[in-house]
Design a protein around this ligand. Structure first.
Ligand SMILES: [Mg+2]
Length: 227
C-alpha cells in the first residue's frame, strides 16, 4: 500500500490569492487592524500565520483570539472563492481519480490549512471527495507537527500496516520537502506554486515535476501498476 499525502495550495489548486485576502479581511473584521503588507504563507500552517498576525499587532496569541479569527476567515474564504478566480492545477483531476480509485493507494492531505478551510477550498473545486484523512494546520504552528498528524492518521487508517518508503509527501515548497524528511517519507515536489524548479531541486526531492501532467513516470515506477 502506498500513502499519498497532498499539500493543497500551489499543489492541487491556485486560489489566486483568495486565501490570503480572506485572512486579511478576517483580521480586519475581527480585530480592527490591517494585516502587514507582506505575510509569509508558503508552506506554513494557518495557525502559524494567525500567530504572526496577532503578534505583529501585540494581540494575545490565545485560543480565544484564534476562535474569533477562524470562523471569520472561513466566511470570507467562501466569499472570495465564489468570485471565481481560482483553478485546479494541470493534471490534478486525472491524477486524483487514478490514485483514489486504486485499491493499493491511500490518499490523504498534509496541509497547513485547517480541516474546515481545506474542505471549503477543495469542495469549491469539486475534489474534496478524494481525501480520506489528513494532517492539518489548525492546532500547530509548525508544519512538521501537521506531518506527524498526517502520518498517524495514515497509520491508523491502514491498521499499522504502513511502510515509510511507501509514504509520499507531495507539495510545492521546500517546507513540504522538509516535512517529508521529518517523518521519514519520500518527497515529490511540483513546480506549480511559488517556487521554481531550480529552488525545489536544491532541496533534493525524490521526484521533481513541472506539473502533474508529468506524473506518469513516477507512478509507473511504483510497484502497484498505477500510470
Ligand atoms: Mg503549498
Amino acid at each position: 500500500m502506498h500513502v499519498m499525502l497532498f499539500d493543497i495550495d500551489g499543489t492541487l489548486i491556485n486560489t489566486r490569492g483568495s486565501g490570503l485576502t480572506a485572512l486579511r479581511l478576517a483580521f480586519l473584521e475581527g480585530f480592527g487592524c490591517e494585516a502587514p503588507a507582506v505575510i509569509d504563507t508558503c508552506g506554513r500552517t494557518d495557525r502559524g500565520i494567525a500567530r504572526d498576525l496577532f503578534l505583529a499587532h501585540r494581540l494575545d496569541d490565545s485560543p480565544e483570539n484564534w476562535q474569533r479569527f477562524h470562523p471569520l476567515y472561513l466566511r470570507h474564504l467562501v466569499e472570495q472563492l465564489s468570485l471565481g478566480n481560482g483553478h485546479v492545477l494541470p493534471g490534478v483531476v486525472p491524477l486524483l481519480e487514478s490514485l483514489s480509485s486504486h485499491p493499493r493507494m491511500s490518499v490523504g492531505l498534509l496541509t497547513g490549512n485547517t480541516p474546515e478551510g481545506a474542505r471549503i477550498k477543495l469542495g469549491h473545486f469539486g475534489i474534496d471527495h478524494h481525501f480520506g484523512f489528513g494532517g492539518y494546520g489548525h492546532q500547530h504552528v509548525e508544519r512538521n507537527v501537521a506531518a506527524e498528524s498526517a502520518l498517524a492518521a495514515a497509520r491508523q487508517r491502514l491498521n499499522g500496516q504502513l511502510r515509510l518508503d511507501r509514504v509520499w509527501v507531495i507539495g510545492d515548497t521546500p517546507r513540504d520537502i522538509a516535512c517529508a524528511r521529518h517523518i521519514g517519507a519520500r518527497a515529490v515536489a511540483v513546480a506549480t506554486g511559488w517556487h521554481d524548479r531550480e529552488s525545489l531541486a536544491a532541496q533534493q526531492p525524490d521526484v521533481l515535476l513541472d506539473d502533474f501532467c508529468q506524473a506518469e513516470d513516477w507512478l509507473a515506477g511504483l510497484d502497484c501498476g498505477v500510470a
